[in-house]
Design a protein around this ligand. Structure first.
Ligand SMILES: NC(=O)c1ccc[n+]([C@@H]2O[C@H](COP(=O)([O-])OP(=O)(O)OC[C@H]3O[C@@H](n4cnc5c(N)ncnc54)[C@H](OP(=O)(O)O)[C@@H]3O)[C@@H](O)[C@H]2O)c1
Length: 325
């Protein structure tokens, strides 16, 4: 059992995932959490990161800091996505090694898997084929992060490993239509359509692709679970390089849209813009390994969406034309 006075550095503690990890760890009883913002500590700056580790001496590190965005942002700012994510991972992992950190958990994303990966995607699918072009730079950076952890384990015996969460939603999500993911984008669209009395909301594509969505608080619980019982050797000595975290079930985009429409209370129609591309038809993680270890998600989609809409309404005045962060 990890003792409650361990000094834990949550990188990216202001973000959707990091803030959830902070809430989860605090309510579990951890009292010594280090949570600097990017203004206080720029993780792309190696010197600052080395100094931070030398002075703060964290014992456990959770890397939830990353440059994150939807398809448009990933495709437009390709250099920023690969450069910043590589730098954050390399700086933090190497500094954690040099300062003797006991355990480090890096968060990746399901976009690391090949475009045509066998569904549901098992951990072994990593590097079995080519990636989706639009987010390839981001995915390559995340794969490099997985391999950094694995390499520091294999060369130096470091207890460093990666967890790959599925698509997430939750409080502190990004609701900016230019850069957001599916759920916050749809929630904002339905909300604004309700406010302005629009007759319909259009969603891109056929609505038929299936996606898996998990509440971010379930991920935070999975990270705590893994931090307590999973060791790097349990992963690498079983021939894999990371563990998937998800719900194990997926849903059609049109079904998610109907759920959000209902939760928001929009009375109009949903129309489909079939001229827009659908993307991959199915993306579902195989989560058997986490289930076998004894972890399961708890928050069902409808309930999670209701909670997030409440959060959105409380924070929405701050949203205007920018992200809610
Ligand atoms: N959102 C999803 O659906 C999803 C799904 C699967 C995996 N993930 C993974 O979960 C992790 C966190 O994602 P998120 O959704 O929580 O993103 P987010 O809300 O955008 O948060 C990212 C955090 O990273 C920090 N950050 C970015 N650049 C930094 C830098 N140069 N120095 C220090 N901190 C920096 C930001 O700090 P400040 O706020 O202080 O600027 C922010 O708090 C990522 O690795 C992502 O791949 C997310």
């Amino acid at each position: 059992m990890t003792s409650f006075d361990k000094k834990i550095f949550i990188a990216g503690a202001n973000g959707m995932v990091g803030s959830s990890v902070k809430r989860c760890f605090e309510s579990a009883g951890f009292t010594d959490l280090l949570t600097p913002s990017s203004n206080a500590l720029d993780l792309t700056d190696q010197k600052s990161v080395d100094e931070f580790f030398a002075h703060a001496e964290p014992e456990i590190v959770i890397i939830a800091a990353a440059k994150v965005g939807g398809i448009l942002a990933n495709n437009t700012y390709r250099a920023d996505f690969i450069y910043q994510n590589l730098m954050i991972e390399a700086n933090v992992i190497n500094a954690a090694f040099k300062s003797g950190v006991e355990k480090l958990v890096l968060l990746g994303s399901s976009c690391i898997y090949p475009k045509l990966a066998v569904q549901p995607m098992r951990e072994e699918e990593l590097l079995s084929g080519y990636l989706e072009f639009t987010n390839e730079p981001y995915a390559i950076a995340k794969i490099a992060g997985i391999k950094l952890c694995e390499s520091y384990y294999r060369q130096h015996g470091c207890n460093f490993y990666s967890l790959m969460p599925t698509n997430l939603y939750g409080p502190n999500d990004n609701f900016d239509l230019e850069t957001s993911h599916v759920i916050p984008a749809l929630m904002r669209k339905f909300h604004e359509a309700k406010e302005s009395g629009d007759a319909s909301v259009t969603i891109w594509g056929s609505g038929r692709p299936r996606r898996e969505f998990m509440h971010v608080d379930d991920l935070a619980a999975a990270i705590l679970f893994a931090m307590r019982i999973v060791e790097a050797k349990d992963i690498y000595e079983n021939g894999i390089s990371h563990l998937n975290i998800g719900t194990g079930s997926d849903v059609e985009i049109i079904e998610v849209a109907k759920l959000i429409k209902d939760v928001v209370g929009f009375d109009g129609e949903i129309t489909l813009d079939n001229s827009k591309p659908d993307g991959t038809i199915r993306k579902l993680l195989d989560v058997k390994r986490m289930h076998d270890l004894g972890w399961h998600h708890k928050i069902e989609l409808r309930h999670g969406l209701e909670e997030v809409y409440k959060w959105f309404l409380e924070h929405q005045p701050a949203a205007k034309d920018s992200a809610i962060a």
